[in-house]
Write a protein that binds this ligand. Structure first.
Ligand SMILES: Cc1cc2nc3c(=O)[nH]c(=O)nc-3n(C[C@H](O)[C@H](O)[C@H](O)COP(=O)(O)OP(=O)(O)OC[C@H]3O[C@@H](n4cnc5c(N)ncnc54)[C@H](O)[C@@H]3O)c2cc1C
Ligand SMILES: NC(=O)c1ccc[n+]([C@@H]2O[C@H](COP(=O)([O-])OP(=O)(O)OC[C@H]3O[C@@H](n4cnc5c(N)ncnc54)[C@H](O)[C@@H]3O)[C@@H](O)[C@H]2O)c1
Length: 560
């Protein structure tokens, strides 16, 4: 029996020497302590190893690994796969479902739902725009013409539920299942869960500007975690139908105007529910450009979502027994009551790093974010213990978690070290239109470099031919912030269909340190959305030329 020499902890990572895990350090991999997978079709991999002769036991001193990864989410999986690419021995410890939030409760189900919602919405828009315009109001879910009738919507939603399940399973089976991971030569172990993400109810002081929502413990509520499964949205739709109510009569209160609240509000609304979105901050997507928040609010209002900004929900109470129609009442700071059938809490997530024994080995936690403190190479306050992904309390994105997982593993296993904490991380909120951004907002750039030193290139969607062809309502834009003198891009926000793809081009230009005006000479096809980037760059290029106009006139007169 060899000793456990290193551990990459949690959703991700810590690598540590054996002595750190000597009792009383509570890492336990024994099946006795293991939490059973919540996902019924997940094979029981409580203790599975790639070699039949070795098996992890509660002594946790069975095997030596180059790397032990705790947490099989985006960051942990990337780290473990990185290690195998370099032929290192690795054990992945997962307390629940391999794949983490992204596969099971985050990106994959939410984007599947958004896609279905977009299809339903497009169907409705097609009817309004090109249809006969004499839709039958009798059996429609929203009471307007061209809206999918309830029976049709119900059938569609049953299929959507199947797709949500199938997509999660597919990604799991193809990329992350024990079979695949063992095939890569990893050992797997189901460990107990001293650390879990939880939906934020008691925010750490300082980071979130709101208080506890009173009464939340006593009412049934949805979060991004339980929305997809038993008792979640799809069950509610069935119950609503059995009660003989229309989809539009199912009223959902969504609390939180961040990416989760915005994406899910639009999905539920487009799938026929009546939605009220309550946002504690002054605007939706509060960390981005003002224009995006304002335009998105307009999009939502046009689609029939009630948006209330700058109002926190302070308490919730169950109305069961008091009214047959509605079951939840949320009270705002202003004392205004908001009544609905269901409440979805999307008020942010914090790392739940208590009870992991991190204190015992000296790993420090940031009291404000509740994240594991790491340096720029992702090492924690304990030498050899690394952390990556959401557990660091940094920006919560799958691509960033994966990137950090790879860098942490690389820094642990290979010589020298790379930087794993980035100042700028691109992100996309997958509403329709999408809102994508990277780098500095206008305000942040102005604060950093001074108003005079920066310039803005702005184009509304209404001036983009492709958007006009597609019958866009003109809500959306491309905004590029750049340095006036060098024309280096500092940041950009795109609100448009496929904004996430568009912004990648600008990210690449920035990374290549190419001045914005150079893009004017890079051909884009017409009428793509991306040709707007070339046109915007051309304007910057012409401006540059205009500044030299008198010189050009002289040179031209000289026959050059
Ligand atoms: C609704 C929603 C939609 C989202 N959509 C997007 C999107 O479109 N794009 C995007 O980039 N990001 C999105 N995100 C964010 C993204 O899901 C996360 O940033 C990402 O999943 C983080 O990966 P991670 O590996 O750091 O953590 P996690 O995915 O949380 O993985 C951690 C893993 O560790 C396990 N674990 C925890 N503690 C222990 C322990 N002590 N022992 C063993 N195992 C343990 C957990 O069970 C889990 O499997 C979304 C999030 C939500 C909630
Ligand atoms: N497409 C994506 O990349 C994507 C999608 C979903 C989530 N995520 C990530 O997941 C994380 C969690 O997202 P989130 O949207 O849950 O959190 P968030 O922290 O981004 O937003 C929380 C929102 O809830 C509001 N709020 C908090 N308490 C409130 C109250 N009592 N009443 C009313 N409003 C209240 C806040 O003002 C804020 O607008 C984020 O870091 C996000 O980046 C990313």
């Amino acid at each position: 029996m060899k000793a456990l020499t290193s551990i990459v902890a949690y959703n991700l990572l810590s690598v540590h020497r054996l002595d750190a895990f000597a009792p009383p350090y509570p890492l336990s991999l024994s099946p006795r302590n293991a939490i059973k997978p919540r996902w019924k079709t997940t094979p029981n991999y409580a203790t599975t190893t790639s070699s039949s002769s070795s098996s992890l036991s509660s002594s946790s001193s069975a095997t030596t690994y180059d790397l032990v990864v705790i947490g099989g989410g985006s960051s942990g999986l990337t780290a473990a796969k990185f290690a195998r690419t370099f032929g290192k021995t690795v054990c992945l410890v997962e307390c629940s479902r391999i794949g983490g939030d992204c596969t099971w409760t985050g990106c994959v189900p939410s984007k599947t739902l958004l896609h279905a919602a977009k299809r339903a919405w497009t169907w409705r828009k097609m009817n309004e725009r090109y249809g006969e315009g004499d839709g039958d109001d009798e059996d429609v879910s929203g009471g307007g013409r061209g809206i999918m009738n309830d029976a049709c919507m119900l059938r569609m939603l049953r299929n959507v539920k199947m797709y949500v399940d199938a997509n999660r399973e597919r990604i799991y089976e193809e990329d992350d299942s024990p079979k695949v991971l063992r095939g890569l030569g990893m050992d797997l172990a189901l460990g107990r869960a001293p650390v879990r993400w939880r939906t934020l109810r008691d925010p750490s002081p300082g980071r979130y500007m709101f208080d506890r929502i009173r009464g939340l413990d006593d009412v049934p509520f949805w979060t991004y975690e339980n929305l997809w499964d038993e008792g979640g949205f799809f069950d509610a739709v069935e119950r609503n139908h059995m009660r003989g109510r229309r989809m539009s009569e199912m009223r959902v209160i969504v609390v939180g105007g961040g990416p989760v609240g915005c994406e899910l509000s639009q999905s539920l609304s487009r799938l026929g529910c009546s939605v009220v979105l309550i946002c504690g901050s002054a605007r939706l997507l509060p960390n981005g450009e003002m224009e995006a928040s304002a335009e998105l609010k307009r999009v939502f209002k046009n689609e029939g979502i009630d948006v209330i900004c700058d109002q926190r929900v302070v308490s919730v109470v169950s109305l069961d027994g008091e009214t047959v129609n509605r079951s939840i009442m949320a009270t705002l700071e202003s004392h205004e009551p908001i009544i609905g059938d269901h409440i979805l809490i999307a008020t942010g997530r914090v790392p739940n790093v208590e009870r992991m024994g991190l204190d015992d080995i000296g790993v420090k936690i940031n009291p404000v974010t509740n994240g594991i403190i790491v340096d720029e190479k992702l090492q924690t306050s304990v030498k050899g213990v690394y952390a990556a992904g959401d557990c660091t309390g940094d920006r919560q994105f799958t691509h960033y978690a994966g990137f950090q997982g790879a860098i942490a593993a690389r820094n642990i296993l290979l010589p020298l070290k790379d930087t794993g904490v980035l100042s700028e991380v691109p992100s996309t909120t997958f509403t329709d239109p999408e809102v994508a951004s990277f780098g500095l907002t206008e305000q942040a750039a102005s604060d950093k470099y001074g108003e005079e030193a920066i310039s803005i290139s702005f184009r509304p969607l209404s001036k983009i031919d492709r958007a006009i062809c597609e019958g866009s309502d003109g809500l959306g834009f491309i905004k590029i912030v750049y340095k006036t003198k060098s024309r280096q891009i500092l940041g950009a926000t795109v609100m448009a269909p496929s904004a996430g793809e568009l912004v990648s081009e600008l990210t690449a230009i920035q990374a290549a340190k190419m001045p914005l005006d150079k893009l004017a000479t890079v051909m884009h096809s017409y009428p793509s959305y991306s040709i707007a980037l070339q046109q915007m760059a051309a304007e910057v290029y012409y401006d540059k030329l205009k500044k030299n106009q008198s010189l050009y006139d002289v040179l031209k007169r000289a026959g050059l």
